[in-house]
Write a protein that binds this ligand. Structure first.
Ligand code: GLA
Length: 381
């Protein structure tokens, strides 16, 4: 086995692993802050992955190491795992062992070595990649026979209840279930979805990711406060989740809420509608129409949900001014990455314009790369 993760495994544990698995980061075409409102999302997997080389143990112990960490090996006993009890990055894979035990599927322990090229804190779901790589490795090492959605839900449980971040299912479902060459249209209430073919290069289009390098941290309380605001609004409106308010009911529903909750409602209801609009456009073979949908989504996140920041706003406006068809911030917000839909012949011009705008504003240079819809979690060796 000659993968980079296998080499890290050999360096840490002096032996070869039983297998190597990969799980990707994700982009999200549209459908932001809708997942915990039981609404719609439209992610696709990135080519960047977290790889894990793993070997079974039978003594109830876990060893974890990461090329991107400090090179140390963290050793834990399965029996001692408790929510909040593991600091740093190791909490994410440890949480998956814990979630499996909570779900009545305990495993015997394992040695794991990770490496990743998913940018961290960039709104590209590096945490989900870490969790989902662990979930598929343990599933296959121990022959659990889980399917991709089941692994995603275990990974989400690890993040919610072990790490303590109240995220929805978007990131883990994307990292586990996406299919190369497709976007994944997912109803997060029913967890049913469909793979939507997305061959943008064939029609002269590209997706450009602009990582602003402004690190976001979902654990900092702002995300939880937004989620709580949405749940309060749903309660006041007498519905299970804001997903239950249709676009035509929006004006009347707004009237029933205190002013501070109205923008949250507006964003969620219009964003669900934007996902449905995007699907209609893709099904009709009109992907260029996605551009204005993306830009409208950004305006809603900036003005109503208020999770954008000067760097994401500038990336969107500079990309659009340089000829992008549309652009928006992705992920939880307060930094992270922007997704732009760009004619392939304008890719260089858009990248140059964004870099120049960032330099003029005195911002850190962004990390810019094209996103090709790639494969969800899978075994690589
Ligand atoms: C983060 C969370 C997701 C989702 C997005 C916003 O990525 O992990 O569950 O809520 O923010 O759409």
């Amino acid at each position: 086995m000659t993968t980079d993760a296998a080499a890290a495994f050999a360096a840490a544990y002096g032996d070869s692993p039983d297998g190597v698995w990969a799980a990707p980061g994700r982009i999200n075409l549209i459908g932001e802050h809708t997942d915990y409102n039981e609404g719609f999302v439209l992610p696709a997997a990135l080519p960047q992955t977290t790889r894990v080389a793993a070997r079974r143990r039978t003594d109830g112990r876990i060893r974890l190491t990461s090329v991107q960490g400090d090179g140390r090996v963290t050793e834990l006993a399965l029996a001692d795992l408790a929510p909040g009890g593991v600091p740093g990055w190791a909490a994410y894979p440890a949480g998956v062992f814990w979630a499996l035990a909570q779900a009545g599927r305990p495993v015997g322990g394992a040695d794991l070595a990770f490496t990743s090229d998913v940018p961290t804190g960039a709104g590209l779901s590096s945490s989900a990649a870490l969790e989902c790589a662990t979930a598929i490795a343990l599933d296959e090492l121990f022959g659990l026979g889980l399917d991709a959605p089941a692994r995603a839900l275990l990974a989400q449980r690890a993040e919610n209840d072990f790490v303590g971040v109240p995220c929805g299912a978007l990131d883990q479902m994307a990292s586990s279930c996406c299919v190369a060459g497709h976007a994944f249209f997912l109803d997060t209430r029913t967890l049913t979805g469909r793979q939507v073919p997305l061959d943008l290069p064939a029609v002269g289009l590209s997706l450009l990711v602009i990582d602003t390098r402004v690190k976001h941290d979902l654990g900092d309380g702002a995300y939880a406060a937004l989620r709580a605001g949405c749940e309060r609004a749903a309660g006041l409106l007498g519905v299970r989740a804001l997903r239950d308010i249709g676009i035509e009911e929006l004006p009347a529903a707004e009237e029933k809420l205190p002013v501070e909750l109205r923008p949250l409602l507006r964003h969620v209801v219009t964003e669900d509608q934007r996902v449905l609009d995007a699907i209609r456009l893709l099904d009709a073979g009109e992907p260029r129409g996605l551009g204005p949908v993306l830009t409208a989504g950004h305006a809603s996140l900036r003005d109503d949900y208020r999770v954008s920041c000067p760097e994401t706003d500038l990336a969107v406006s500079a990309a659009n001014a340089a000829g992008a068809l549309g652009a928006r911030m992705m992920g939880g917000g307060f930094g992270g990455s922007v997704l732009a839909l760009v004619g392939t012949d304008r890719l260089d011009a858009v990248e140059r314009a964004v870099r120049a705008a960032f330099a003029d504003a005195g911002f850190t240079a962004p990390f810019v790369f094209p996103a090709v819809p790639s494969q969800g979690a899978h075994r690589i060796a």
